[in-house]
Every structure is written in structure tokens, then in C-alpha cells.
Design a binder for this molecule. Sequence first.
Ligand SMILES: Cc1cc2nc3c(=O)[nH]c(=O)nc-3n(C[C@H](O)[C@H](O)[C@H](O)COP(=O)(O)OP(=O)(O)OC[C@H]3O[C@@H](n4cnc5c(N)ncnc54)[C@H](O)[C@@H]3O)c2cc1C
Length: 269
Amino acid sequence: MIPAAFEYARATTVQEASELLRRYGEEAKVLAGGHSLIPLMRLRLAQPSALVDINPVRELDYVVLEDGRLRVGALTRHVEIQRNPTIRENLPLLAEVADEVGDNQVRNLGTIGGVIAHADSAGDYPTIAVMLDAEIVTNKRRFAARDFFQGLFTTPLEPDEVVCEVVFPVARGPHRYVKFRRRLFDWAIVAAGAQRLDDGSWRIGLTNCGPTAVRCLAVEQALAQGVSPEEAAEHASDGLEPSGDLRASPEYKKHLARVLTKRAILQAQ
Ligand SMILES: Cc1cc2nc3c(=O)[nH]c(=O)nc-3n(C[C@H](O)[C@H](O)[C@H](O)COP(=O)(O)OP(=O)(O)OC[C@H]3O[C@@H](n4cnc5c(N)ncnc54)[C@H](O)[C@@H]3O)c2cc1C
């Protein structure tokens, strides 16, 4: 299908992007990789009055290690996250996750800022951001990831607010992201992430098991008490209320949450 008519403007700085968004008003949208927004526009599920293209904004495309934290600019593409040596050395889990996002075409254009701003419960980076207590930084504010993802496709972003970077802690220890899907390039039906931190504690997260990414505190606590991964993973579905869809019922998703969490921890070890 062909999208409804819209205005188009290119920004070269974050400030210019924000000014253009203000000028075009509430119905304007940022355009990054376009791999979520354009399909929605073609289906006319989104009909923005204007697109502000941030692809020329070079100041949003960087990966920096600073004060023991990894700052990833919003315009960093999945393919760069897969390959970037600083990410591979300091947060290899993130590179592993980028490996699993879509296909080559999606990875060549899609951006981390786009996944974060889109806030799809099936998106992979929000899970890593929530389980590792990452920060989302915009041109106006900073958010703990757990406060940023407020519901399905729902964030506190204001119409003229631009996601600028995601700040992750460094975590070089054992890790694994296990994604369950029918075909290689599909979105996750359910996915589970496991990361052991330097102090020996575990962080566990789930994708597509609720309206937002889930951090599995019950599993983390069980592991901290010395419970086996097999037993600890049984807590992965505690309190989960996933919605069913064409691919999986809520019960099946809860089952997957337990199985994939167990696999993620065991494979990380
Ligand atoms: C076939 C296919 C398979 C896919 N599989 C996966 C998958 O397995 N896992 C996964 O996580 N994703 C998957 N995706 C989505 C992909 O990762 C997209 O790249 C991503 O969801 C959106 O990023 P984008 O840069 O393309 O953003 P866009 O599509 O350009 O924008 C998405 C939304 O975010 C807003 N936005 C973008 N950047 C910013 C910013 N810096 N500040 C404020 N708002 C912003 C836009 O206004 C829009 O509302 C898939 C996509 C396709 C087409």
C-alpha cells in the first residue's frame, strides 16, 4: 500500500530535529531506519503529517566507553552493534542480540534508538536495557529504562523529544540471549536473556511476555540463593501476564519463558 501524503524534512543536528518536530506539531514523527515506521505508514496504521529524517544527524552515531559505561548513540545501526569492537569487548550480550534482529536488510538500516522509541514488546534491545538497568537519554531528560517503557508502544517521549543515546553498564561475563521463533528472521515469539555480572549475580530478562520487557527478579533472587538454574527458571513465569497472539497462547508463552530462561542460564554458564 501507499502511505498517506506527508511533509518531509531533513535535520542535521538534534536541535534542528527538535525544532522541526515542534514546527510540524504533534502529528510529526522522527524517521530513523524506517523499518518499523514505514511499514506502519504503508498499512496506514500510522499517518504522520510530517517526517523529520534524522539520518544526517552524525552526532547521534557513536559508541563510546566512558567511566565504565557504554554509551550507544541512537542512530547506531544494528549491523554496527553486531560488529563494533568496543561493544563486543564490553557488552558482548548486546552484540549477540543485534545478531538476532531481523535480516541483513533490517540490520543495515534499523537503529537502536528506533527500537527503543518504538517500544514494541517484541523488540530485543528493551529487554537488555531493562534487565541491565540501562538509561535512556533524550535531548531533554534521562530515564531509567524501567520507567521509559510504560506499555505497548508507549513511552514518555514528548512530540519534540528525540532519543539521543542508551547508556549500558559494562558486563563482560557469561551471557546468552535465546530467541524462539518459527523462521530465522522472525521477531521473537518469546526470548530470554541472561547476564552474569562481575559480582557473581545474574540479571535475567524476557522479551514479548507482556506489554513491556520484563526483568525476572524472582529468578535472579533464586539464583542468588544458590538454587540450580533448572529450579530457578521455574520462577520465570511468576506474575507474567502475556497476551496471546496468532503464534502463541498466553500459557504457551509462559512455558517458553521458563524453558528459554533455563536454556539462557545454562548456555551462558
Ligand atoms: C522484517 C523485519 C523484522 C524485524 N525483526 C526485528 C527483531 O527481530 N527484533 C527487533 O528488535 N526489531 C525487529 N525489527 C524492527 C527493526 O529493528 C527496526 O529497525 C526498529 O523497530 C525501528 O528502528 P528504526 O531505526 O527502523 O526506526 P523507525 O522505523 O524509523 O522509527 C520507529 C519509531 O521510533 C521513532 N523514532 C525512531 N528514532 C527515534 C529517535 N532517535 N528519537 C525519537 N523517536 C524515534 C519513530 O518516530 C517511529 O515512531 C524488524 C523489522 C522488520 C521490517
